[in-house]
Design a binder for this molecule. Structure first.
Ligand code: HEM
Length: 456
């Protein structure tokens, strides 16, 4: 299996990589296999000693990013929340050196994230929002059999600790055709990281300084971002945000039916909301009809910017993808788009997308995404994205319209599709993906995991 970057035509860089791969957890750089299989396990530590015992036992099984671009089969990743670091007995000065939003946790930052109404933490699924999630263990795999085997490895370690309890387990995996809960191919675009050993394939933008994604390296401003103390704890670590979305498939299908008469029109409308056809083909390259061959071609399906689409006639300004990465779009509120990139690890759970599910019951079927995003400033980035680019439209000159895929919508919400001679304004946009949980995790380096395990 090639990594996305490799399969997209990336070459191994001629310059020597500068990152300490053997220290960085694999998930930071290694992309999801296709198809993928996995499980998230959320743990609570009831006793610091037991928690540290667990870490000491599990760390030898946590994979590093060494050779991350080569074939990958199954691996384990570990994240620790602030409550978890407390429960593991980290010293007060270390605890205080973490950023405030991380210390408070995602639920307590609801106001900064615009997580109100149906998305408010009071409506979240357990165990989210109660400060009890201490450790997240994730298994990623390219086969069901290896997922089970790798999960068993982790289970043997936490089952052996009487002071570590399992709060929740969630299997996830690609749906047929590698689609996400609303039926789209995703996980296509990722930022290329300077020093990671591969060159940026065409269309992926310039490489971003490693310090934006991994602590201890210079960021875009030329200096490393603030790091928790001591050095061994912070260096080569990063932060992971988890947001659990419930996809309201019935509401999404009802919206498409209400606003499009034929299957072709529905598919075009679905593409306009995201900026790509469900096949993955970008509207910028395939503006009128889908091109599934283009969508499946990793060398071509991300090779575009918006210079040929300055008016949004292909990919509307308000579509999910153009909001989340405006590339070279001229913005009304100036900002450097490369400061707001995240590494994405979307993990789809529940039954496959059904284009014919129309009922309200279909909205409640547990399916959606555990959306994981990785960045050395994940908390600040998601707060920026939520406030400026998801739940507002002024940065691209479309007033208060919100992201049609992940925005929290108010009654009467609309979506504007620029076209000649007059734009089309589509009504009936709802909150199609409802937030049902979330948390911030620190993803320590392998040395830091060992260091925490030895505290005491
Ligand atoms: C269940 C919720 C979500 C769904 C169904 C969804 C769907 C998609 C799809 C279909 C794409 C296009 C394929 C690709 O380029 O990989 C995409 C791209 C993207 N999404 Fe999402 N997404 C969801 C949540 C989020 C969230 C919460 C964020 C960030 C806060 C996000 C950020 C992005 C970014 C950065 C891109 C790449 C844009 C680019 O670089 O051109 N997505 N998403």
């Amino acid at each position: 299996m090639l990594s996305v970057n490799e399969s997209a035509g990336a070459k191994l860089a001629t310059e020597a990589p500068t990152l300490e791969f053997q220290e960085i957890q694999a998930t930071v750089l290694r992309v999801r296999p296709a198809p993928y299989f996995g499980t998230h396990v959320l743990l609570r530590i009831d006793n610091a000693q037991a928690g540290r015992d667990f870490l000491r036992r599990v760390t030898p099984h946590v994979d590093s990013a060494a050779g991350w671009w080569a074939a990958a089969n199954a691996w384990l990743a570990i994240g620790i929340s602030y409550a978890g670091l407390e429960a593991l007995g980290l010293r007060e000065d270390s605890l205080r050196s973490f950023p405030e939003a991380f210390r408070l946790g995602m639920a307590a930052r609801a106001q900064h994230l615009g997580d109100e109404g149906v998305n408010h933490p009071k409506n979240w699924d357990l165990p989210f929002g109660k400060g009890q999630i201490h450790i997240g263990v994730s298994v990623f795999s390219d086969s069901e059999e290896k997922r089970r085997r790798t999960l068993n490895l982790a289970r043997e370690q936490y089952d052996a600790s009487s002071g570590v309890s399992v709060l929740a387990m969630q299997d996830f995996g690609a749906q047929p055709g590698d689609l996400n809960p609303l039926g789209y191919k995703d996980g296509i675009d990722q930022p290329t990281i300077e020093g990671s050993g591969v060159e940026s394939p065409p269309g992926y933008g310039r490489p971003i300084k490693a310090g934006e994604f991994i602590l201890g390296y210079p960021g875009e401003a030329g200096i490393p971002l603030p790091m928790p103390h001591p050095d061994i704890l912070g260096r080569n670590g990063t932060y992971v945000g988890l947001r659990k979305y419930q996809s309201r498939v019935g509401a999404f299908n009802r919206f498409l039916r209400a606003n499009a008469n034929t299957e072709e029109e529905r598919e075009l409308l679905a593409a306009k909301l995201v900026g790509r056809w469900r096949s993955g083909a970008p509207l910028t390259l395939a503006p009128v009809v889908d091109d599934p061959t283009l969508g499946a071609d990793a060398k071509r399906n991300n090779n575009f910017d918006y210079s040929d689409d300055p008016r949004g006639r292909g990919a509307p300004f308000g579509c999910h993808m153009r909001r989340m990465n405006p590339r070279d779009t001229q913005l009304s509120r100036l900002t450097d788009v490369n400061l707001h990139r995240v590494i994405r690890r979307g993990t789809t759970y529940g039954p496959p997308y059904d284009p014919n599910a129309m009922s309200e019951e279909a909205d409640e079927v547990p399916r959606g995404a555990y959306f994981l995003f990785i960045s050395a400033k994940a908390m600040a980035t998601i707060e920026f994205l939520q406030q400026e680019w998801i739940n507002d439209g002024n940065f691209i000159g479309i007033g208060d319209e919100r992201d049609p895929i992940v925005g929290l919508q108010e009654q009467g919400a609309t979506f504007t599709i620029p076209r000649e001679p007059v734009r089309r304004r589509v009504h009936g946009i709802e909150t199609f993906n409802v937030l049902r949980g979330g948390e911030y995790f620190f993803m320590p380096s392998l040395s830091a995991l060992r260091w925490i395990g030895e505290l005491g």
